[in-house]
Design a protein around this ligand. Sequence first.
Ligand code: NAD
Ligand code: DAU
Length: 349
Amino acid sequence: MKTILITGGAGFIGSHVVRRFVKKYPNYKIVNLDTLTYAGNLANLRDIEKEPNYEFVKADITDGELMKTIFNKYCFDGVIHLAAESHVDRSISSPMEFIFTNIVGTVNLLNAAREIWKEFTDKRFYHISTDEVYGSLGATGFFYEDTAYDPRSPYSASKASSDHLVRAYHHTYGLPIVISNCSNNYGPFQFPEKLIPLAIHNIKNNKPVPVYGKGENIRDWLFVEDHANAIDLIYHEGRIAETYNIGGHNEWKNIDLIHLLIEIMDKKLNRSAGASLSLITYVKDRAGHDLRYAIDSGKIQEALGWKPSLQFAEGLEKTVEWYLANEEWMNNVTSGDYQKYYDDQYVKR
Ligand code: NAD
Ligand code: DAU
């Protein structure tokens, strides 16, 4: 039986990856290591938490000695590293957590892998990253695997730094690494600080839907299970030291996306068509707001046969249905400190 460490498995994307691996690979033991920040939620994994090949370990990746102890205890065969501070707005108001978790935490895991593994045969350290490391595009063009890094927010700079360190551990020590850089994910279990779940929550509750600036920024959206599928393929078949870009070829201007979401939600909530359009509220723009992201995912499509499975309207409808059916999940994650975060971000903005 192989033992695989998945970090950040209680978060949005991590929970989909953990679920996929636990269900699909009964011959793997999956260890989910997560410190459970505001974004980590074990309720995301209720359906698999009792599976015999799953174990949760509450630990903070910024504790380097603890990472070595855990590596020693479990003798991992591979690592899929997702744990991170992930929200751009939080990185603008509070950058230091991003430096500790995304940079120091990643180096702690690299050190533990290098020191405890010693021999690297059949090992693999897979680092999950973002397209934001490439910076911002104008009206045309795509991010390719060899696009020069140009991160522009504390979040993307911390992720770029961790990507460089992961590659450096391969070049310097021979650590068997692989990296992927993905575009914006959406789907069930995403914390309602990100655009889509925040807008769903607010539309449902007849609250203002905050649109930054003029709503003209463009993101390339991918359904989270398509990302989990790509991660599965890259973990098993990706070539050591390679980078793979993952994206949906699905660019949307924020304001157009909100219009589509309102169209879907007005139907689901039995409101008249366009009833929720009045909730759209233009707010002060994000500082340093990247204009456009767009991924060319030709390499993973050709090399590994991956492609997105869902059309956006279908994925968005599925996502809306999930949030409407999981009111208790939303109530839980929006209790506690959430209201303060929301007021700081939007009301005082
Ligand atoms: P998320 O914020 O939903 O989850 C992050 C998880 O990491 C949480 O469970 C949190 O508790 C855990 N964590 C944070 N700090 C930790 C620490 N110090 N020690 C241990 N665990 C810690 O994030 P997400 O959106 O699921 O993103 C997961 C990964 O994918 C991140 O590395 C992110 O950069 C990357 N990514 C995200 C997207 C996206 O659209 N969300 C796109 C591309 C890449
Ligand atoms: O591109 C991949 C990245 O996508 C990931 O690496 C990040 O972890 C993830 O958070 C996401 O970053 P974004 O900043 O693109 O996602 P967010 O959902 O925060 O914002 C999407 C767009 O919507 C962006 O242009 C800002 C805008 N926005 C966001 C919020 C939260 C609004 O207009 N209003 C909002 O309330």
